[in-house]
Structure formats: C-alpha cells, structure tokens
Design a protein around this ligand. Structure first.
Ligand code: ADP
Length: 848
C-alpha cells in the first residue's frame, strides 16, 4: 500500500536516472557522425583529462556512454546498440552497486559501459566471472568493442606464468575468475621483490553472477598451502573402523530425555556428528585406546569425527566424484567439478581413505582469504546477477552493496504456474515425467532443474523408459555443456540440469518454438534458497519470449521434511491430500516460501558468524601484509631493522637495569642468555666479563653488528636485511595461522561461564598477534647477528625461489642455497628455527 502511494526506493532511484539517460540519447546523433578513428582519439583525450584532474568520471559519464553505445553498433557483427535499460545497468555498476538484470538482458554488454568509463582512470578495471571459459569468452567478445576504442584487454586464467599475469594486469581491462584474482593477491603477498608483483592496487571490480561468488562461495576460503607432516596411515586406520559404528535413529526433538540408540548422532541440518557414550567406548576398543578424550588423543578424536562425516555426509557422485584416482568436489550449487579445491581439516583425506584412493599429504596453510575479504579491498566494487533481490539485506550489511532491480527491456510474459504438491516423491516424479512427455510430444522444449546429479539421473532413467530423448547436463559432462545449452531451446529438446547458475550462455528459442509456448521450465523440488529457484525459472521468458514454469513438490522432499513447519502439515491435512493427487494452493506455496526464508536466514547467520571470526584474522592479515609491503618496497630497510634491534635490546635490558640496587644474579644470568641468543654479543671480547653492559655499550655493539654486515656485504647489504626480515615474517606468520586455527577450533568448546566465545577469540587472537610481531623481530635479529658472510655473494643467489606453483605445493627448499654460514659455536636454542633460514630446527640443521 505504502509502496503504491510513494513508489519504492528502487523506483525513485530509477526515476532519478531518467535525465541522464535522456542526455545520453541526445548525444547519439553527435556520436553517429564520428569517424571510426575518432573513437580511440576521444578515449585517449578523456584519459588525459582525468589524469590531469580536469574532469571526473561522473562528468564524462553521458558522453562516454554515448560513445560506447555507438562503438557497440560498429564493433560487433551483428551490431549491438545498448538498450536504455542497459544504460541504466551501466550507471548502477559505475556507482558501485549491484544491478539485478534478468537472464538474457545482456549483462555482458552492460558491463562494457562501466568498464570503459572506469578504465579512463588508468588504474585498471577487473571483470570477475565464475569460470575460465567465460573469462576468455567475454574478454574476446567484448574485446572487439574495447579495441575499437583503443583500450587494451587482458585475461587471467589458470596456468599463466607471472610475466603473462603482469601483462594482463597492466591492461586497461582485465577479465578473470574470482579464484585467479584471489590467488594472485595471496601469491603476491608471498613474493620477495616488488618487481615480481603481478597485481596493481585493487581499483574497481565488476563481479558477474555476484550472488554465486559473494554468497554461495563465501563459505569456502581460498587457501594456499604447503605439505605438512601427517602420515596417510592414520587416515586409513581410522577409516577402517567407521563401518563398525552404528548411526542412531532419529529421536523426537521434543523428548529431552531420549537416549540415542547408536554409536553416533548425525544432525542433518548442521551436518555435525557427535559420538554417543557407547560410540566412544567402541572407538576406544577398536583403536586400542584407554581414553579417547586424553589430550594426547585430540588429533585422533578429530579424525574419527571427520571419518564418520566422510562416510555419512558425503555421497559419491553427489558431493564429489572419483576421477583419475582423485576425489574431486562437486559444486553444490552449479553441479560443476572443482578440481584442485580441497576440503580442509583432514576431511578431504578422510574421503580419500574411504574411497581407497591415494591419501594426499595434509597441507599446512601458508595464506588464506575469503572472497568477502578479498573483494572488500577494492576501492570500488559492483556486481551483476539475475537474482540478487532475495539477498539484498546481506549484500547491504556485509558489503555495503545496494541492489537495484532493473526493469526488463521487453515486458516479461512468462507464465509461472503455482506449485503442484504431491504426497510422495514417487507420485511427484511420475507427474513430472508425464509433463515432460507431453511437452516433448507437442515439440515444446523443456528444461528440467534438479538439485543433484543423482536426481538428474533418476529422471533420466524415467525418460529412458518412456523413450523420450534428452540431454543431461551435470558435472560429468562439463565439456559438452555449452553445446547442450545452445540447443536447449530448440523444438522438442528435453534438457535436464543440476542448478543453472553461471552456465553462461542463455537459452535462445529455436524456430517455431514461440508458437508452442516457448521454453517450459520444470523444477523438481524447491531448493533451500529461493534465489536458486529463481535462477532456474529465469531461464525462460528472456527478452519478451513466451515461456512457462512449474515446480513439483512432495511432502517427503528434504526441504519439506527438515524445515517444513507443522503449520504446513496442518494445512495439507485440512485440504485432504489424497494418494496420487496433486494440489495447487497459494497458501501452501506461501508456507513453503516461508520455510525457505527460514533456511536462508539460517545460512545467512552461519555466513555472518564465519565472517565475524574471519574479521579478526582479516585485520591481522591486513597488518602483516601491510608491513610486508613496506619491507618489500622501502629504501630504508636498515633503519627499520635498526629500530627493531633497539626495541628488542631495550626490552631485554631494561628489565634488569631498572631494578633498584641492581638485579640479582639469577636475573643477570637470564638476561645475558637472552642477549647472547638474540644479539650474539659473545662475539665481542668485552662480553667475557660477567655482568651486564650498560645501555650505551649495548647500543654500540648493535652498531658494530650492523657495521660489520654493511662492510662485508657491500652493495647487497639492504637486500640481505630485507631478505631476513621478510623471511622471518613469512615463517612466523605461517606458524601463526596454524595457531589461530587451533585457537578457533578450541574456542567453541569454551561456551562455559558467561564468556562469549567470539570475544575470547578476539582477545586471545590479539595476544597471539602481539607475540607474533615480537617473534618476527627477534628471529630476524637473531639471523643478522649470527651471520658470517662468505667472500662473494652472487646476485641471483639471493632471489627467492619463484612462488609460481605455490598454489598446491610449497617451495620449502627455497632457502637451501643461501650464501650464509652459521658459526657452529653460536648459542642458538636447539629447537629454534635455524638462522641459516633453512626452515629446519637448528639442532637438525647447522647445529647438528
Ligand atoms: P545475460 O548474461 O544477462 O543472461 P548475455 O550477456 O548472455 O545475457 O546476453 C544475452 C544475449 O543478448 C546475447 O546473445 C547478446 O548478444 C544479446 N544482446 C545483449 N544486448 C544486446 C543488444 N543491446 N542488442 C542486441 N543483442 C543484445
């Protein structure tokens, strides 16, 4: 009612853009009159004006959009002139918002407007796609327009080397996947020389399928890892006992005293496992342990839970497939394979053990970031998708991104039928098969959406029995995908697909299909999120095409079973649903939508929690990466190193010197030991005297240490200091990541007292971080002060090994060839990292 009187916020926003659109349209004759060669000239001139600060991007928007529109007419064959609604989309993107535009509205072309305008800044524009195929396709396709305007385009895809990446990032416009952009960021923060960095500062990104990337994928962070130490034997040993553990049957949630009857309880909603008392005893017996909860068995306990999870929450061909002796994850939302992505925390290894394939070495995290945090670093961020409206609150709260719903170019005429609801799945599938057969007989193309590969196959089998020819689009047929989608709108075609998000190509209708009612969409159950359902529906009715959709549901569908409210059941009973009969009822559909909203809310809370925890890590990462950049780029390495040295020295000495009447013998001894350890003062003859040096004397010795280094390393002095500082930072940061992981795992168990686990995590995380900063300084200093330099240092010997293939492996031996020897008699704690930088413990390396 309110909305009707005042118009929605969205309407008011769109209305405000009307005069701008009018201006762009008014400029059209002027642009039509230009010669082809005028286009790059104009762009170059604007670039100059922006660089000189004479014009802002906003000033140039109308003219620039008008130019791009005319360029679209000339550069493409057949010509593409941006529609007015596409201009609106372009403005929305330029303003750093999310443009919701339905499938087939031409988002790929919409992006060009904001891309070109923002490329005028010369600071780079990133267009983020969901896969390499789309990155290449869009860069090439839209590249015709960019090149016509004299702008350069780069593409970042898997398998490029650093030099190729640098080139692609230097271009005015860079296309690539979220994974590639994110990994490049992480890899850059592991480099040793600024010349090796591939990315420029993050300026503006337009994220295509923004809901897929920022919401669906937000739960899995990007991780760069190197091999850790655990053996595969452990996984196999634990795996062997899982089949002997019995799953408890579900108990009535109302009955608080119900005792589970099995060895473990699986909570289907949260996918969490808990062992029952009987289960614990059984596990102890099977593994030959006295007490599973003994601190020394913490790791084992963890592995048992993961193994049970691997067996009971992960189904082959649903959550993953086994291909070439490897466990490859399947994206739950798109059904695509995700080669290279691994579940963390030993879960992937547990599945490998279950499938009896090679158990990969457990990896240690070297760097990680969530997509949220990566994309939040851009100066400006925008997105586009066909379905963002249902998640508008999350986009606003987490990313500060506003969603604008943009009207379609042609009126939408798709007929969305009410849900058909059946008592059982069996009856439902029968009805679905009949609907498909009917369409097929009449020649109307059908797209059938399922939630899993398994369900796709079930329908495929039904159709085989009915002799209805069809295509199945799922992870296993990845390669033929584009081809199948291209044909899906042709007469008589039947296409079955797991989730359609990010499939790229839109479905165009074949000849004579309009008369038959266009594309018909069948949903075989409701997804947990309404957005995914909308994506499926959105495949029909593009650009004013006819089309229709219907969802088929059953009372025993997972969603209905797990989240359907009792109210829903009540309604159904009142309506008197009989066997084999369907009902179509608005009230029921609404109730289902309510339960979907509840599930969405539940998932949102999980993501928000995750983010709140991740925020702690994120602040630390920003601080460390910031420090790293500074160390990498500064010309004043020496003064930074000196500052660290002075801080440490004062820290250590002051404790003893400040004591009234002099420190006792014990304190003096321990301070001496610390000074020896960190500063190697024993290299100075005066040190032999007992007692402590005064502050001036100590500072002078530190001067001498630096003077010695400077004299013996000559022109390499700064680089050597830089090397040791960065090396110490990386080594300790890696360690810190592991500590933070443990802290986080453990914090959940601390729900005791009045303590808020998140606050505890923050507080202890901060303490760990302060220690980290101290340790970084100390380790670097220890390395400097124990250095004995050999005669000649060759240039390239100090280059850090290329971090190119760090993505899934570690370059652990990178430091082996350093031209540095360590005096054997130096007093370095035996378990400290060896100052030669090998990464081994001192006792196992130079101290051996
Ligand atoms: P979306 O990603 O929004 O679903 P696409 O970018 O895949 O849509 O474009 C759908 C189709 O519409 C493409 O084949 C494209 O060539 C066509 N198209 C988009 N905009 C225009 C336009 N202004 N004029 C002509 N064709 C267009």
């Amino acid at each position: 009612m309110f909305k009707k009187i005042f118009g929605s916020k969205n309407d008011r926003y769109l209305k405000k853009l009307t005069p701008i659109i009018a201006r762009i349209n008014a400029l059209e004759p002027e642009m039509e009159a230009l010669a082809d060669i005028d286009f790059p000239a104009k762009v170059a001139a604007w670039k100059g004006q922006v660089a000189a600060g004479e014009k802002t991007l906003d000033d140039l928007l109308p003219e620039c959009f008008a130019l791009v529109r005319e360029a679209g007419r000339r550069a493409f064959d057949p010509p593409m002139r941006h529609f007015d609604v596409q201009l609106i989309g372009g403005i929305v993107l330029h303003q750093g918002k999310i443009a919701e535009m339905k499938t087939g509205e031409g988002k790929t072309l919409v992006a060009t407007l904001a891309v070109v305008l923002n490329a005028l800044s010369g600071k780079g524009v990133h267009v983020v796609t969901v896969n390499d195929y789309l990155a290449r396709r869009d860069a090439e396709w839209m590249g015709q327009l960019y090149n016509f305007l004299g702008l350069t385009v780069g593409v970042i895809v898997h398998g490029l080397n650093d030099q190729e990446r640098q080139e692609a990032y230097r271009a005015d416009i860079t296309y690539g996947t979220n994974n590639e952009f994110g990994f490049d960021y992480l890899r850059d923060n592991m480099k040793f020389y600024k010349e090796q960095l591939v990315q420029r500062p993050l300026n503006f990104a337009i994220v295509d399928e923004v809901d897929s990337i920022l919401i669906d994928e937000a739960r899995t962070p990007l991780i760069i890892s190197g091999p850790g130490e655990k053996s595969s034997g452990l996984y196999r040993r634990v795996d062997a006992i899982v089949p002997k553990l019995v799953k408890s049957s579900p108990t009535d949630p109302e009955d608080k005293d119900a005792v589970p009857d099995g060895d473990f309880v699986l909570d289907e909603k949260t996918k969490s496992i808990t062992l029952t008392d009987a289960g614990v005893e059984k596990v102890e017996g099977l593994l030959g342990l006295d007490n599973l909860f003994d601190p020394q068995n913490i790791a084992l306990q963890h592995h048992v839970l993961q193994a049970v999870k691997a067996h009971h929450c992960f189904q082959r061909d649903v959550e993953y497939i086994v291909k070439d002796d490897q466990v490859v994850l399947v994206d739950e939302f798109t059904g695509r394979l995700m080669p290279g992505r691994r579940l963390s925390d030993g879960l992937h290894q547990a599945i490998e053990a279950k499938e009896n394939v090679k158990v990969e070495a457990e990896n240690q995290t070297l760097a990680s970031i969530t997509f949220q945090n990566y994309f939040r670093m851009y100066e400006k961020l925008a997105g586009m998708t066909g379905t963002a409206d249902t998640e508008a609150v999350e986009f606003q709260q987490i990313y500060g991104l506003e969603v604008i719903v943009i009207p379609t170019n042609m009126p939408m005429v798709r007929e969305d039928n009410p849900d058909s609801i059946y008592k059982t799945q069996e009856e439902k599938y029968k009805a679905i098969a009949e609907d498909i057969e009917d369409c097929h007989r009449r020649g109307q193309p059908v797209l059938v959406g399922t939630v899993s590969i398994e369900k796709s196959e079930l329908i495929s089998n039904l159709l085989k029995k009915l002799k209805v020819p069809h295509n199945v689009l799922n992870a296993k047929q990845h390669e033929r995908e584009a081809e199948i989608v291209l044909e899906a709108g042709h007469k008589g075609k039947v296409t079955i697909a797991t989730n359609m998000a990010g499939r790229g190509t839109d479905i165009k209708l074949g000849e004579g299909v309009c008369e038959l009612g266009g594309l018909h969409i069948i949903g075989t159950e409701r997804h947990e999120s309404r957005r995914i359902d909308n994506q499926l529906r959105g495949r029909a009715g593009r650009q004013g095409d006819p089309g229709s959709s219907r969802f088929y549901l059953a009372l025993d569908d997972d969603l209905m079973r797990l989240f359907g409210s009792d109210r829903l059941k009540g309604i159904m009973e009142k309506l008197g649903l009989e066997d084999g009969m369907a009902i179509e009822n608005k009230m029921v559909s609404n109730a289902i939508e309510k339960s979907q909203t509840r599930v969405e809310g539940h998932h949102y809370e999980i993501r928000k929690q995750l983010l709140e925890y991740d925020d702690v890590m994120n602040q630390q990462r920003e601080a460390i990466y910031g420090l790293r950049r500074e160390l990498m780029e500064t010309k004043e390495v020496e003064s930074i190193a000196r500052e660290y040295a002075d801080d440490l020295l004062e820290d250590i000495l002051e404790a003893a010197l400040d004591v009234k009447g002099g420190a006792d013998k014990e304190t003096v001894e321990s301070v001496r030991a610390r000074l020896e350890e960190v500063f190697n003062f024993e290299r100075f003859p005066e040190w032999a005297k007992s007692g402590l040096p005064d502050m001036d004397q100590a500072h002078k010795w530190v001067d001498d240490i630096f003077a010695y280094l400077r004299a013996s390393t000559g022109e390499h002095y700064q680089e050597i200091l830089r090397y040791f500082l960065l090396d110490s930072l990386d080594r300790n940061w890696k360690e810190h990541l592991l500590n933070m992981d443990h802290l986080r795992d453990g914090i959940g168990l601390r729900g005791y007292g009045q303590k808020d686990p998140k606050q505890e995590y923050k507080r202890e995380g901060f303490e760990l971080f302060s220690e980290l900063v101290y340790t970084i300084k100390e380790n670097a200093l220890r390395a400097f002060s124990h250095l004995r330099i050999q005669a000649e240092v060759k240039d390239d010997e100090f280059k850090h090994e290329d971090t190119d293939d760090l993505q899934y492996t570690d370059s652990g031996s990178a430091q082996d060839k350093k031209p540095v020897t360590v005096r054997k008699d130096a007093k370095i704690p035996r378990n400290a990292p060896c100052p030669c930088g090998s990464g081994k413990k001192y006792k196992k390396c130079c101290g051996a």
